[in-house]
Design a protein around this ligand. Sequence first.
Ligand SMILES: Nc1nc2c(c(=O)[nH]1)N[C@H]1C(S)=C(S)[C@@H](COP(=O)(O)OP(=O)(O)OC[C@H]3O[C@@H](n4cnc5c(N)ncnc54)[C@H](O)[C@@H]3O)O[C@H]1N2
Ligand code: MOO
Length: 420
Amino acid sequence: MSETANASQSCCDNHAGGLPVEEARARIKGGIQPVTVRERVALRDALHRILAEDVHSPVPVPAHDNSAMDGYAVRAADVAGEGPTELRVVGRVLAGETYEGTLGAGECLRIMTGAPMPAGGDTVIMQEQAERTGDLIRVQAPHRAGNHVRRAGEDLAEGERVLAAGQRVGPAELGVMASSGLVEVSVFRRLRVAFFSTGDELQGVGQPLGPGQIYDSNRYTLFAAMQRLGVETVDMGVIGDDHESLQRAFREASAFADVLVTSGGVSVGEADYVKDTLDALGQVDFWKVALRPGRPLAYGKVGRAVFFGLPGNPVSVMATWYQIVRPALLHMMGAQPEPDQLFPVRCAEPLRKRPGRMEFQRGILTWDDNGQPQVRTTGAQGSGILSSVSRANCFIVLPYNAGNVEAGETVMVQPFHGLI
Ligand SMILES: Nc1nc2c(c(=O)[nH]1)N[C@H]1C(S)=C(S)[C@@H](COP(=O)(O)OP(=O)(O)OC[C@H]3O[C@@H](n4cnc5c(N)ncnc54)[C@H](O)[C@@H]3O)O[C@H]1N2
Ligand code: MOO
C-alpha cells in the first residue's frame, strides 16, 4: 500500500469517532456564504451588528487642545525654572467656553478639566500645586512643558480609520463612533436564525411536569446565546418526535430562515429522527464531531438554510454552540474571525479524560496563594449537568489524544469573557 493510501486510511479511521473540531469548522466555513446586503442604521441600532464598511472619523478627537486637570493654564517658559514663581490670574475658562485673549509673560488662566487651552498657554498646573492669593498664584517649578494638556486629535486624527469593516460593534465601538459625531453607520443585514427543540419529554416552564417529563431548557440557552450574538431569532417552540412534525418544521424554517438550529434527536436512539429528516429534505454534510460533550452534531442544508442539529444534552448544546455554531454564524454575519483565546494555566486538580475526543470541561479560573493563575473544574462533568456551565468562567480545552491530567500539569483554558 502506498504512503498516501495509508495516510487516507488512518484519516478515515480517526473520523469514525467524528470529525476533528478544526476540520468541522473548516468544512462549514467552506460551505457557507457571508451576507453581503448592507443597511444604514442609527448608531444605537448598530449594537452587536457587524460593520459593513471601514469607519473614519470626520473630526479630530478631541476637537481642541484642552486641560486634563482643574488648575491653571500657563506658558511653559514661565515655569521652567526652579521657582518659586508668581503668576497673575487673568481670567477663567470652563469646559464648553473659550478664552478669547492670549496669555502674556507672567500670566496664567484659571482652567477646568476639558476647557480649551488659551492661545499662548501650553501647560497646565494642577490647582493642588498652586498656592493662590487674590489674583496671584505661586508655583514651585519646574513643570514639564505640555503637562496635563490633551492634544487635539490625540485620540483620533481627522480622517483616521477608527474601525474596520467586519468589526462587531460593542460598547467601546459605539462610544468611539459617537465621539466622532457619527449619526448612522453601515452594517450587514441581520441573520435570521430559527430554532426549535425536539423531544416528546419536553414541557414548557410554567406547566407542571408529568411523569417522565423535563423542562425544555435548551431553547432558553439558545435564545440567550443568539441574542448576545445579535442575530434575529425565531423561536419555533417544541416539535414532537415524529417524522411528519419534523418535516413540516424543517420546510417552514427553510422558507424564511438563513439558519436553522435544533436540539435533540441526532443520536442513534429510536426516536432520533432529526438526521433522517435532514437526509430526506436536504443534505447532511456530517453528523459526528470528535468533541465532548457534543459528538452527535448534524450539519447540512435544507433548501437555502444552513442547518445545525445539536445534541439534546444541555451541556452538549452549549459546547457545540460555542465551538462550532457561533464561529460559523459570525462568519455568515460578515465578521472578521476572532483570534483563538487559549491560555496555558496550571491545573489545580487531577482531571479524567479518555483519548479520542477534544474535551471542553467546565473550569473555574482563579489565583493560587502565590498569585499565579490556576484552574479547577466545576465538579461533575456529565453532559446533562447544566449548572457545570453556570458555575464556570472558562472551558478547559483538552486535546484529542490527551489522557488523564495530573494535578500541577499545564492545561489550556478558553475564558468565557467575551464568549458567553
Ligand atoms: N447508544 C448511544 N446512545 C447515545 C449516544 C451514542 O453515541 N450511542 N450518544 C450520546 C450522546 S454523546 C448524546 S449528547 C446524546 C445526544 O442525543 P440526542 O441529540 O439524540 O438527544 P436526545 O436523545 O433527544 O436528548 C438527550 C438528552 O437531553 C435531554 N434534552 C433533550 N432536549 C432537551 C431540552 N430542550 N432541554 C433540556 N434537556 C433536553 C433529553 O431529555 C435527554 O436526556 O445521546 C447519547 N446517547
Ligand atoms: O458527547 Mo454527548 O454530546 O456526551 O453529551
